[in-house]
Each structure stands twice: as C-alpha cells, then as structure tokens.
Ligand binder design. Structure first.
Ligand SMILES: Nc1ncnc2c1ncn2[C@@H]1O[C@H](COP(=O)(O)OP(=O)(O)OP(=O)(O)O)[C@@H](O)[C@H]1O
Ligand SMILES: [Mg+2]
Length: 235
C-alpha cells in the first residue's frame, strides 16, 4: 500500500469537517474520491498532504506516519499535489513553469520526468512552449499544473477536482492523459464530482458525504449502484 489513511478527523477551527475518514491507494492504482460540493473532498486531500492536519487518526505514506508532518516534508517523501485552483506562474512561459518544478528524489526508480516527456504526454503544451502561463485557457493551465507536479517525480499524485469547469472535449483529453499515466505505472488519487469522468479513468471509488465515507468499491459496482449515486452524487 502506498497510502493508507485511517480514521482521520479534521477540523477548521472548531468546525468538525472529517469524521473517521479511511481510504487506501495501492501502487499503480487510479482511485477516485467522489462527492458533491462541500462533501469534504478538498479537506481530505489537504489532510493527506499535511496542509490541514487531522487532529487524530493516521496517514501512512510508504509505511511512514505523516500526520503532524509539514507539507514540504510530505512532498519530499514523494507526494505530488495539484490543488483545485491551478496556481501557475502567470509571468513565466510554459517551459519556465515546468523547469522551475524539477525535483529528483534521492531514491527515484525509473526515468525522471523531463520537459520533453511532459510535451509527449501533453502535445498541446509543446505548441505553447514560449507562451506565458497567464494567457493559457483553463484546460491548458490544468495540463500545465499536472505537468509541473510530475516534474517533481512524485510516486503518488493527488489531484483535487482536475476537470472542474473544463469543456467536455478537454475533459476527455485529460482523461486520456491520465490513462497514459496509468500505463506508465503512476499512482493517482483524485477527487471529483463528475462520475462520468471517474468511470473513464478510475478503477476504484470512495464516496464521501458530510465528511464521512459512505461507499467504497470498484468503479463498475458504483456505476450500477443507483441508490448510492442518487443519495450522494446527484445534485
Ligand atoms: N477554511 C474553512 N473554514 C471553515 N469551513 C470550511 C473551510 N473550508 C471548507 N469548509 C467547510 O468544510 C466542508 C467541506 O469542504 P470541502 O472544501 O472539503 O468540500 P469539497 O468536497 O471539496 O467541495 P467542492 O466540491 O465545493 O470543492 C464544507 O462544509 C465547507 O463549508
Ligand atoms: Mg473542493
């Protein structure tokens, strides 16, 4: 198991947001965390990354306890985080945004990511090589954010609502790119509201609602479970 989250409770001030959240991700898996607006997806991802540390429970990454560790430490251990707000450097070019993010962990197994390899995965970015980050469309920015995080050579990629607000064609492209990452053996946990997108790329799903995990299973089981979808995923 690369990631094992057990019974975490997370608060914002005195508001209790996550209740007993548990989930796990195995090497090479693509796992989705599904839930409606305000269900607790971002809080879960931030709890794992150490940005909003849980008050109790455990977050084991490669068998090491991360709860209470600062985000930079968790990042150094190989966790790559793509936040929901696509923060890129608007005044730097696409290439510069990628170059700045190069990090090669000490015990990297396999080929490190390079700008060329990122351009192979996202051909659109190659065409925009010299363009400034600030002028990219939403979909292009999202590809750049994912590419930038990959440049840090993470062994677990956390994506917070990667396709939110993107046009259907761009959603399909990103889905195909995530499937390519899976073929390369990457491990990904992503949060999402879009069940269709999750069905396209994930093998397993967790459903969160009001800060509690309400369902876990394969993505096929979820697709056929009208009750769970009605109850926790439809608007
Ligand atoms: N900084 C904060 N302070 C207090 N409460 C917060 C804060 N951020 C989020 N919350 C509350 O925590 C709950 C979970 O929010 P969270 O952002 O994790 O949901 P989400 O599933 O990511 O939603 P969305 O789909 O809108 O991104 C919500 O009730 C929200 O109002
Ligand atoms: Mg969110």
């Amino acid at each position: 198991m690369i990631l094992e989250v057990k019974d975490i409770h997370t608060y914002y001030g005195t508001s209790h947001i996550l209740f007993d959240v548990s989930l796990s991700v195995d090497r090479g898996e693509i796992v989705s965390l599904l839930g409606r607006n305000g269900a607790g997806k971002t809080t879960t991802v931030r709890s794992i990354m150490g940005l909003t540390p849980p008050e109790s429970g455990s977050v084991q990454f490669h068998g090491e306890e991360m709860r209470g560790k600062p985000p930079y430490y968790i990042a150094k251990k190989g966790m790559g985080y793509v936040p929901d707000n696509r923060l890129i450097f608007p005044d730097l070019t696409v290439r510069e945004n990628l170059m700045l993010a190069i990090k090669i962990p000490e015990n990297l197994d396999g080929e490190p990511w390079t700008v060329d390899r990122i351009y192979e995965l996202f051909p659109l970015l190659e065409k925009l090589d010299r363009n400034l980050g600030g002028y990219l469309s939403g979909g292009e920015q999202q590809m750049l954010t994912v590419g930038r995080t990959l440049m840090g050579n993470p062994d677990l990629l956390l994506l917070d609502e990667p396709v939110e607000g993107l046009a259907p064609l761009v959603v399909r492209d990103l889905g195909e790119q995530i499937l390519k990452l899976k073929d390369m053996g990457e491990t990904i946990l992503f949060s999402e509201q879009n069940v269709k997108f999750a069905t396209m790329v994930a093998e397993r799903a967790y459903v969160i609602d009001k800060g509690m995990i309400r369902y876990q299973g394969t993505i096929e089981q979820l697709r056929e479970d009208e009750e769970i979808k009605q109850k926790y995923l439809m608007i």
